[in-house]
Design a binder for this molecule. Structure first.
Ligand code: 13P
Ligand code: SF4
Length: 309
């Protein structure tokens, strides 16, 4: 493993590549990355990238976003099949029919969607800026929010805005069991539950803090409690624990029928250290986006980056 990590670091230097990784990537991948972050941080980092090659250790929509922001650079993804249930659940042709049926609505989409869907969008949001961006829309403007209905419901609750929601969800965050979570909390009444807003309302109602992956890490760093039950993908525990080595972090439990005791994203975990090495070596699989889609999708992404400053 050490050998493979060293080979990746050498190859990265030789090819003038940068490795951007999401918090849900396996620990070994996070350890070789130049930057590990949430979706907003990764987009902001992609804008700054000066390397010739961006290795995106995340899922396909994230690599597409990096490509839209850097059309002249080569963007590669360790496993081209690393998708996302939210992006898959919002096919562009069906989404177009939905937006065409509501032409007076401002179209806001969560970054977890395809480049084609972003091209049909007015403003993109991530979990860390969705509330702020929805609040920036004039009160008299009706809003479509897609594709995550759980994040949408949460934003509606916080902002008090009615929004027309697309019926999509994250399979990982919907896998949390409320019953098991409450049992776990009974065992650890001194813990604070923290949750990602892709989780269902009944899970969010138990949480003392709700935020993006980066927001959750910041919260445990600045909060005075010593124990947390963490309701998001388990990969976050690697960096979170490094930030608070003296605190106790417990992953929120998944429902019985899930394959692991905690919630892991099968798409994120398609990337492995070996695939990362192979993709850097072969500069493949490459993520490409047609020029006309880049031109259209860039506008709502840049609006988001501007509103996130
Ligand atoms: P953030 O890291 O932006 O909170 O997003 C979580 C997620 O599910 C990414 O797919
Ligand atoms: Fe998509 Fe959920 Fe996996 Fe994030 S955790 S990539 S939203 S399936």
């Amino acid at each position: 493993m050490k050998d493979l990590k060293e080979k990746i670091l050498a190859l990265k230097k030789e090819k003038n590549a940068v490795i951007l990784a999401h918090y849900y990537q396996e620990s070994d991948i996070q350890d070789v990355a130049d930057y590990v972050g949430d979706s907003l941080g990764l987009s902001q980092e992609a804008v700054k990238a000066e390397a010739d090659i961006i290795v995106f250790a995340g899922v396909h929509f994230m690599a597409e976003t990096a490509k839209i922001l850097n059309p002249s650079k080569k963007v590669i993804l360790p496993d081209a099949k690393a998708g996302c249930s939210l992006a898959d659940g919002c096919p562009p042709d069906e989404f177009k029919k939905f937006t065409d049926a509501h032409p007076d609505h401002v179209v806001i989409t969560y970054v977890n969607c395809s480049a084609e869907v972003k091209a049909l969008t007015d403003i993109v949001v991530t979990s860390s800026n969705a509330v702020k961006i929805v609040n920036s829309i004039p009160k008299d403007k009706p809003i479509i929010f897609a594709p995550d209905k759980n994040l949408g419901k949460y934003v509606m609750e916080v902002t008090g805005r009615e929004m027309l929601l697309w019926d999509g969800s994250c399979v990982v965050h919907e896998a949390f069991s409320l019953e098991k979570l409450l049992d776990l909390y009974k065992e650890h009444p001194d813990a604070k539950i923290i949750a990602h807003p892709e989780s269902e309302t009944h899970i969010l109602q138990t949480a003392k803090y709700i935020g993006s992956t980066a927001g959750m890490i910041d919260f445990v760093k600045t909060d005075s409690n010593h124990k947390y039950i963490v309701a998001t993908e388990a990969g976050i525990l690697h960096k979170m624990q490094q930030e608070v080595p003296h605190k106790i972090l417990i992953p929120a439990p998944a429902k019985e029928d899930n394959t692991c005791a905690c919630s892991e994203c099968g798409y994120m975990k398609m990337n492995t250290l070996q695939k990362l090495y192979n993709c850097l070596l072969n500069e493949s699989p490459e993520v490409t986006v047609p020029d006309d889609i880049i031109a259209k999708a860039l506008i709502p992404i840049e609006r988001m980056l501007e509103l996130s400053k």
